[in-house]
Write a protein that binds this ligand. Structure first.
Ligand code: CO8
Length: 279
């Protein structure tokens, strides 16, 4: 439980297949209080996503410590968040392999999108192709003023294959998504902000502190209510109005079965500070 106590620790995830502890090769994990940070680290390829990174990310998502309430995703270094899927790995793929590689990425990104805790992308430089798609799978995107976003895939003879054709249109509208995908043009942070692709832009040194500050402000709220809100927003987006409103109504009712609702409202009425327990 997050209690305001700030403790910095690195934790090691447990392998699913072996009963021993291990570190990841490409993902650095740290935890401060109830906020975990995953840093993708493949500096030789500007953090491009290969199969191993996707597998490690999937494994790390499966082993998030139970006291974590917000996840921050970022890239190692000041130059790149993720410069796309690894082109050297994709170059020799046939149709079946291409399908499998695309599905692996799409499945991991969908796990991020449906994780029961909020995920903040701290985009510290290039977010191209699969990097932009990874950021779009997160709940909130913050970026540095040197960030560059784009879907350059058609220039490589492929399409955005980690759900970019789906999510970009939802975030920035169909017309802008088509323009960005057909031209493959990269856009800077200010344009990404203007079209609604990112929530806010920071100086590079301010990016992670800002992400941490936002994460901590989320952690101060009732964890189940935050999780229910995420579930509602995700689920309702694709539903017809009446079904979406009914979905929210059900989840709203469910909040009153939680201890956090009792504690939150009691604290308000007695002018105290709520102690949320996530149940
Ligand atoms: N894959 C593999 N290696 C990469 C990638 C990448 N996506 N991006 C950069 N690198 C490597 C470079 O090859 C280079 O390696 P080396 O030093 O061995 O030559 C190293 O990183 C540094 O890169 P640069 O020297 O090019 O650095 P610059 O600062 O000059 O340029 C750029 C930076 C603009 C980011 C440039 O590297 C670039 O254009 N990269 C490719 C960007 C791109 O096209 N990304 C999209 C890839 S496709 C994709 O993501 C599809 C997702 C869906 C997959 C679906 C599967 C079926």
């Amino acid at each position: 439980m997050f209690s305001g106590h700030v403790e910095k620790k690195s934790y090691i995830c447990k392998s699913k297949t072996q009963n021993n502890h291990r570190m990841y090769e490409y993902i650095k994990i740290s935890q401060t209080g109830a906020v975990a940070t995953f840093t993708i680290s493949a500096p030789k390829s500007l953090n491009a996503l290969n199969s191993t990174i996707l597998r490690e990310l999937d494994d790390a998502l499966s082993h998030i410590a139970p006291d974590v309430r917000v996840l921050i995703l970022t890239g190692d270094g000041e130059k790149s968040f993720v410069a796309g899927a690894d082109i050297s790995e994709m170059a020799g793929l046939n149709e079946a392999d291409g399908f499998a590689f695309g599905k692996r990425g799409a499945d991991v990104f969908r796990r991020i999108e449906t994780l029961p805790i909020p995920v903040i992308a701290a985009v510290n430089g290039f977010a191209l192709g699969g990097g932009c798609e990874l950021a779009m799978a997160c709940d909130i995107r913050l970026c540095s003023n040197n960030a560059k976003f784009g879907q350059p895939e058609v220039g490589l003879g492929i399409i955005p294959g980690f759900s970019g054709t789906y999510r970009l249109a939802k975030l920035v509208g169909m017309g802008m998504a088509k323009q960005l995908i057909y031209t493959g043009r990269a856009i800077r942070a200010d344009e990404a902000l203007r079209i609604g692709l990112v929530n806010a832009v920071y100086e590079p040194t301010e990016l992670l502190p800002a992400a941490m500050q936002m994460a901590e402000s989320i952690c101060a709220n009732a964890p189940l209510a935050v999780a229910y809100a995420k579930e509602c927003i995700n689920a309702e987006y694709d539903l017809p109005a009446d079904e979406a409103i009914a979905y929210e109504n059900r989840m709203f009712g469910r909040c009153f079965a939680t201890q956090d609702q009792k504690n939150g409202m009691q604290a308000f009425l007695t002018k105290g500070k709520p102690q949320f327990q996530g149940k």
